[in-house]
Design a binder for this molecule. Structure first.
Ligand SMILES: NC(=O)c1ccc[n+]([C@@H]2O[C@H](COP(=O)([O-])OP(=O)(O)OC[C@H]3O[C@@H](n4cnc5c(N)ncnc54)[C@H](O)[C@@H]3O)[C@@H](O)[C@H]2O)c1
Length: 447
């Protein structure tokens, strides 16, 4: 009976204009069939560009350990040869290493390239790989500005190659619960959303120690981080953003600090700075970054109070969607706890979800949900805990990419269109802050 009801809800959803439009859209799965259309027994040839912490772990060590029966790592590329050599051993890879991407593709002929570099180089490698005949899997954000976004869309169209954007948050248990509640239409048509995301003084601060602290590399947290959140919202609502208005300011990090040094490791303010972070206690990071500094000068434990930091730590964004839904979003990067609150206002009631990622008091659960019907009582539910790797999401997503290509009932797979629509909210928010006016998505890119 419950199954029948769900099927009816799904049919009802698909018959709505947005649901129908989504169902008609082609699945962004690279190829259908066993594993990506490879004949039985043939392995998918994969090359990786960007052998930093994410590349060497989820897309390196995990991939090789868990999926070697269906794929083969045929090449690694990074601009830092020392980091790449350490990463290769860490992953247990047997393939060749390259500092020249083109040479790697020409010599190793991968079917698929995985892009896990610094954000501002994603578009360059995505487009090069597609032009050289490869499909691509990219970490988020797909691109950091409007020109790169347009290049990817045009190159994908021209080459016929396919792109997967790895929005792992779509696979986390609380995000899936929210999607199912909204698809059931229990609270009617959604009219507006309140979405507040809190990064804490550990995780939030970490962005200000790394390349992420500079717009030219990360596009700012409105692109680098919020692409996850905007993608979730686009997916939850099954809607496309039309117009964005935003405010952003730097209130805690960067020039706000009273004292500063180049980095934590040799800082004279170690004993008094509340943001002191000791990288020497992390052997993996010492090998990956500190021992590779001689090659590119990249300092992984840079001071969060560097004067040249040019991203915001306090951001507010309003988004209007094509179906008249409006969203108010905030992102704060120096909060005492981490997680998010999201409230969906519907014509029949409201859904509140509180997600606790880290907090200084005992965590009651991973997520609490409350559905309140108009003129009636509330009902609550919770998810007690998630798995490892972004609450279990990383592994589910990799399985879906490499082993279980469908059916995709919740439409969790994301391609260039989803990648574009999420970064474009962030890019439009940046332009809105810089030019002090609302920005229409269509002013930035033709999708
Ligand atoms: N989905 C998630 O939850 C998640 C989590 C962490 C990181 N990421 C993404 O993974 C990517 C990598 O992040 P990270 O934390 O591993 O950063 P990192 O700094 O550890 O690694 C980036 C790597 O890119 C290399 N690189 C920089 N410029 C390059 C270039 N022009 N050509 C080739 N290599 C270049 C660097 O040398 C470094 O090894 C980022 O795009 C980030 O957004 C996603």
């Amino acid at each position: 009976m419950a199954k029948k009801k769900n099927e009816l809800s799904r049919r009802k959803f698909l018959s709505s204009s947005v649901g129908a439009a989504l169902a008609a859209a082609s699945l962004p799965l690279l190829k259908t069939g066993s594993v990506w259309g490879k004949p039985a027994g043939a392995k998918l040839k994969v090359a990786l560009v960007g052998t930093g912490v994410r590349g060497s772990s989820l897309w390196g060590k995990t991939l090789i350990a868990k999926y070697s029966d269906v794929l083969e790592m045929v090449g690694l590329c990074d601009i830092n040869p020392k980091r790449m050599e350490y990463a290769k051993n860490f992953m247990g890879a047997k393939c060749g290493t390259y500092t020249d991407f083109k040479q790697m593709i020409e010599e190793r002929h991968p079917d698929t390239v995985i892009v896990t570099t610094m954000d501002s180089f994603h578009a360059k490698y995505i487009c090069m790989a597609m032009r050289m005949g490869c499909d691509v899997i990219t970490e988020k954000p797909m691109a950091t500005d409007e020109k790169m976004t347009q290049d990817i869309i045009d190159t994908e169209k021209k080459t016929g190659k396919k792109l997967i954007v790895t929005f792992n948050y779509r696979y986390s248990p609380e995000a899936v619960r929210i999607k199912k509640i909204l698809m059931s239409r229990e609270i009617g048509d959604i009219t507006s959303v309140d979405f507040n995301y809190y990064l804490d003084v550990y995780h939030g601060a970490s962005y200000f120690r790394r390349w992420h602290a500079f717009k030219q590399f990360s596009g700012s947290l409105l692109v680098h981080k919020a692409t996850h959140h905007f993608d979730l919202m686009n997916w939850w609502l099954s809607a496309e953003p039309v117009e964005v208005n935003a405010y952003g300011i730097l209130r805690k990090y960067g020039y706000n600090g009273l004292v500063r040094n180049v980095r934590c490791m040799n800082c004279p303010h170690k004993s008094t700075c509340e943001f002191f972070w000791d990288i020497t206690t992390n052997e993996h990071y010492m090998n990956l970054y500190v021992k590779a500094e001689s090659e590119d000068g990249y300092i992984r434990d840079a001071c969060v109070f560097q004067k040249k930091i040019n991203i915001w730590d306090t951001m507010n964004v309003q988004v209007q969607y094509h179906n008249r839904v409006t969203m108010s979003y905030s992102l704060n990067a120096f909060m005492p706890y981490e997680g998010y609150f999201v409230g969906f206002n519907g014509t029949k009631g409201r859904l509140d979800a509180r997600i606790y990622h880290r907090q200084p008091w005992k965590i009651p659960s991973l997520a609490d949900f409350r559905i309140t019907h108009n003129f009636k009582k509330s009902k609550t539910s919770s998810i007690k805990s998630g798995g490892s790797g972004h609450w279990g999401a990383d592994q589910i997503m990799q399985d879906r990419i490499f082993r279980k290509p469908g059916p995709d009932l919740l439409r969790q797979h994301a391609g260039s269109r989803e990648g574009a629509l999420s970064v474009l909210i962030g890019i439009a928010a940046c332009r809105s802050i810089e030019q002090k006016r609302p920005f229409k998505i269509e002013e930035l890119v033709k999708i």
